[in-house]
Design a protein around this ligand. Structure first.
Ligand code: MN
Length: 514
């Protein structure tokens, strides 16, 4: 990141860790827009009463409407509208009073009606935005309600259709092409995911395809007002892979443009194992979807009262949560924002702060420190091993340290039995062996020494063993204090209470100064 450059736009400094992208950014602006399809967490489908369920035998969650039998009529599931409104309110969208469902006509076996019911000219929400950590704002064009398609399975030479997913409610969130690096794009998608999950809009299950992103990527000469030809990379279901897929696509387009070639409009896929994009189909002849308003569904009317009700039902948003951590628990803004932005982390923090074993023993800062330095450190190891990022922890069993175990260790810190340094050894052992914190403490004989007599004796030894350093200290080299503390902690095998050591050392040296 040492080679970042200023860019003459509202984005300020453009930073990327991808060498190929950095190279392209010397001559070009990278322009990225994202479409996210997010499955709505409702019990039933968007236009019929079949269950939304994953995994059932093929074609067991179906009904005449979602498989498009003649004469079957759609009825809107109002819960889907409420969830779309939640997302719209959280991203500060404009919510029009009227939105309209339309038919998007195309022929494919996973779409038994021959058209998808979606929204087009009048979506349920529009003109919102999401802010990134840098302060940069990514504008949201629209949030539309639509139904999912079924699934085609290819078995040997046969193609089979499973319509369990057909008619499941989705929102499609379409951004403006406001992102300029793969990192910005993946941060934007992470933030949408975090919102969708924390608002209960979606379970956000990436593995099952319940939250998937398409990236539109193009390059244009630096500062040019005209957009270059874009490509669309579809259905990437991991934040990390999305970032890489975009980086590879930027590099590919850069090479084409530099060698005098022409980027063609196409739909692309990304092979995460080979770390390579590939062409799926060219879009030379643009589809004509022949959109027209769905005659079997009336327009959706959203009243002010309804918006107010949904707003009142919204759970705490990440920014409000971070502000609460600062005000109530005394966390720094940085720590508060980082914990509030990761669902598994804030759930852990909230549960720990409410745990009776901690009451009055440790403050919020200590809990936050332990969470970040130990629990999330180990979580990162687990995520890395699985090729995942921290946002995807739910996919691999969540945080490695249960709240019960963590608060037990923190209580021992609060009581002075363990130092934070020793707490790290305990938590490592608990995660490695599955033993309880109490057993680990007992087995390792880990008890912090706070006994003043014992500490004073050790300090006497340290000062006696280092007469030159003592003389230097007394002559004004006060920095040597840290050296004495280090020596004492070493002699005490890391078990001394550091606050007591500092106190006793200061006293002993003061006496010598006489
Ligand atoms: Mn769509």
């Amino acid at each position: 990141m040492n080679d970042s450059r200023e860019r003459a736009s509202h984005t300020g400094v453009v930073e990327t860790s991808y060498d190929g992208v950095r190279e392209a950014l010397r001559k070009y602006d990278v322009v990225i827009g994202i479409e996210v399809h997010c499955q709505l967490a409702t019990a039933t489908k968007i236009f019929s009463s079949s269950a939304v369920a994953f995994g059932g035998s093929p074609n067991t969650h179906v009904d005449p409407t979602c498989v498009g039998l003649p004469g079957a009529l759609p009825v809107l599931n109002e819960a889907c509208v409420d969830l779309a409104l939640r997302m719209g309110i959280a991203t500060e969208c404009h919510i029009p009073r009227v939105s309209v469902f339309e038919r998007k006509n195309y022929f494919y076996p996973d779409l038994p009606k021959g058209f998808q019911i979606t929204q087009f000219a009048q979506p349920v929400c529009r003109d919102g935005h999401v802010a990134l950590a840098s302060g940069k704002v990514v504008r949201i064009q629209r949030i539309q309600l639509e139904e999912d398609a079924g699934k085609n399975l290819h078995v040997g030479s046969a193609s089979l259709c499973d319509y369990n997913r057909a008619g499941v409610g989705l929102i499609e969130v379409v951004s403006h092409p406001d992102m300029g690096t793969p990192e910005e794009a993946s941060e934007y998608v992470r933030r949408l995911h975090q919102l969708a999950v924390s608002l209960g809009v979606s379970d956000g299950d990436l593995e099952r395809g319940n939250f998937r992103a398409d990236a539109n990527v193009s390059l244009k000469p630096k500062g040019s007002p005209n957009l270059g030809q874009r490509t669309e990379t579809k259905n990437v279901n991991s934040f990390r892979f999305l970032e890489r897929a975009i980086a590879r696509e930027v590099e590919r387009q850069f090479e084409i443009l530099e060698s005098g070639g022409r980027v063609v409009l196409e739909t692309r896929g990304y092979d995460s194992e080979a770390d390579r994009g590939f062409s799926q189909r060219s879009k030379e002849e643009a589809h004509d979807y022949r959109y027209f308003p769905e005659p079997d569904l009336p327009p959706v009317i959203v009243t002010e009262q309804r918006i107010a009700r949904v707003r009142g039902e919204l759970p705490e948003l990440p920014e409000a949560r971070a502000a609460r951590y600062v005000a109530v628990h005394g966390l720094s803004e940085r720590d508060a924002a980082s914990i509030a932005s990761l669902r598994s982390a804030w759930m852990w923090f909230d549960a720990a702060m409410a745990h009776p074993i901690l009451s009055g023993k440790v403050d919020g800062k200590t809990v936050a420190h332990f969470l970040q330095a130990e629990v999330l450190r180990l979580a990162r190891v687990r995520a890395d091993a699985a090729g995942r990022s921290l946002d995807e922890l739910d996919e691999i069993g969540g945080l490695p340290v249960a709240v019960d175990a963590g608060t037990h260790i923190l209580a021992l810190v609060g009581e002075g039995t363990l130092s934070l340094r020793m707490a790290r050894d305990v938590v490592d052992e608990v995660v490695a062996t599955g033993a309880s914190p109490a057993d680990v403490v007992r087995a390792k004989g880990l008890v912090q020494v706070s006994d003043e007599g014992a500490i004073a004796a050790l300090i006497e030894r340290v000062l006696a063993d280092n007469p030159k350093s003592v003389a230097d200290y007394l002559a004004g080299k006060e920095k040597l204090m840290a050296f004495f503390v280090g020596q004492a902690m070493k002699l005490g095998q890391g078990k001394l209470n550091p606050a007591k050591v500092n106190e006793a050392l200061a006293q002993a040296l003061q006496l010598l100064r006489g």
